[in-house]
Ligand binder design. Sequence first.
Ligand code: PXP
Length: 248
Amino acid sequence: MSALPLRLGVNIDHVATVRNARGGAYPDPVRAALLAVEAGADGITAHLREDRRHIRDADMAALAQRLTVPLNFEMAATDEMVALALALKPHAACLVPEKREERTTEGGLDLVGGRDHLKPRITALRRAGIRVSLFVEPEPAVMEAAHALGAPVVELHTGSYCEAVLAGDEAAVAHELSRIVRAAGHGAGLGLEIHAGHGLTLDSVGAVAKIHEIRELNIGHALIADAIFSGLPQAVRDMRSAMDSART
Ligand code: PXP
């Protein structure tokens, strides 16, 4: 049996991080999103955080208006974000836990303790035709909870696996990967669509991409980081040439 295609969702948050470092409008994350699509991204993900540390409201509006591929609105499960998503009507909303003090999303949603506040928000988004995914730890019990909450999609948190790859800890890599494989199989068996992401790099993506139940990967930080290495030589050549042609 051949595997179903695996979609790539490109997360452009860190283009906005670089922009915001200078407080201006450059580089524009929407331009980066359009380039990513031209290069083969199947969708674009952007996380509008409560503190607006990278993506801003105007970025979300521009993405919703200009993208020709699905927009995945990553958001905390709050009234403010649900209202924004209902107004914007993105293709998808990925609900994540959010803490002000964290550098990035640190763990999956607490589907057991958070059940009461998640359910009405999932329902409201789904009624508006927005595909809801829950960012969760790769555990079979969590797949059951996501299914019971009525979410059609889960995104498995690959952070622990990726940390094990970075640390070169083979036993931990095997353990974390087996958690992802087991959760993906269990979730797909329940009828959930399975996505995965967080911390994936060129070194860690292959083993996750091999898991047939996984239909989409969302990747951001490593792509923007790798763009420095693959793009910096051309950027320097372009600047050199602009300087040189001004002098001649
Ligand atoms: N998926 C979710 C739910 C996330 O919160 C993030 C980080 O914003 C990603 C995927 C992408 O992670 P990374 O930027 O490490 O590739």
